[in-house]
Design a protein around this ligand. Structure first.
Ligand code: ATP
Ligand code: MG
Length: 272
């Protein structure tokens, strides 16, 4: 069901986007791949989706073939460009992107000039004018728990955690939960919910993947809803699609990676 709000100026009821942040401080675990492909399948399912590239590396933007990033999320944060003017279309109908570029890495300095509480609200404020135009806003975070990722947590309704099936995955997860998410819930965003953990790059030929999944399931045995059932396998087609500037449904919709992201998206849509 779409959340609605009353517009101050009239009696028109506007839909309000649900904001989902994809975060894990560990690098290369599949955050960007998961954001772009869940976004693409949500859009295929008829939802209007905005992807927000909130990583100075700009991988989400380049994986959708976006080369002009002059008007980026960074300029929006600084109030130099209206959010609507920075949004671009993508090869997938119903899927839009607020791109990023390397300037965003300097935002840490700019944001720290403002008062501490304000510095955490920049993204939330920047996205506010867009919320009535989309069903979902998906934010792809950089691999750190710095001010950018915290801005993502403050702007979001829910967190999705892509977790690579490898050693140390659980330690990083516990740290992110206790040191960041719990603190955000206690202070600036008490409504922030964790929608769950998504296992990525699973390799069925090794025991390690199975062991990691089991240890995470054991850790959350009181809260099995914390773990998504659909596991994303390691699949070369998923790593090839970005270099063609399209999500996996446009590159090879019959490969195992595509099928799994399609199934995962159905699960995600029931939870967020
Ligand atoms: N299921 C998969 N199978 C094979 N390759 C994958 C899979 N998921 C992601 N990759 C590849 O692994 C690399 C890292 O993935 P991705 O960029 O999505 O991770 P990330 O967490 O966003 O990284 P960063 O922390 O640097 O932002 C990329 O080259 C991507 O194409
Ligand atoms: Mg990334």
């Amino acid at each position: 069901m779409i959340e609605v709000t009353r517009n101050n100026c009239s009696d028109i009821i506007l839909p309000m986007a649900k904001v989902v942040v994809f975060a894990n401080q560990k690098g290369g675990v599949g955050k960007t791949t998961t954001t772009v492909n869940i976004g693409a399948y949500m859009a295929e399912a008829g939802k209007k989706v905005l992807l927000v590239d909130f990583d100075p590396q700009g991988n989400l933007s380049s994986s959708l073939g976006i080369t002009n990033t002059e008007k980026s999320v960074y300029e929006v944060l600084l109030g130099e460009v209206a959010a609507r003017d920075a949004v671009q279309s993508t090869p997938q109908e119903n899927l839009f992107i607020l791109p990023s570029n390397l300037n965003l890495s300097g935002a840490t300095i700019e944001l720290s000039k403002s008062d501490k509480k304000d510095s955490l609200q920049y993204l939330k404020n920047g996205l506010n004018p867009l919320k009535s135009s989309y069903d979902y806003i998906l934010i792809d975070c950089p691999p750190s728990l710095g001010v950018l990722t915290v801005n993502g947590f403050v702007a979001a309704d829910t967190v999705l955690i892509p977790l690579q099936c490898e050693y140390f995955a659980l330690e990083g997860l516990k740290y992110m939960y206790s040191m960041t998410i719990k603190r955000i819930q206690k202070s600036v965003n008490p409504n922030l919910k964790i929608a769950g953990i998504i296992f990525t790059m699973y390799d069925s030929r090794t025991n390690l993947g199975k062991e990691v999944i089991k240890s995470v399931q054991d850790t959350f045995k009181q809260h099995p809803e914390m773990v998504f059932h659909t596991v994303i396998p390691r699949n070369i087609r998923l790593s090839e699609a970005p270099s063609h500037g399209v999500p996996i449904n446009h590159y090879d919709r019959n490969c195992i990676g595509a099928k799994c992201y399609e199934k995962l998206t159905k699960e995600v849509l029931k939870r967020v």
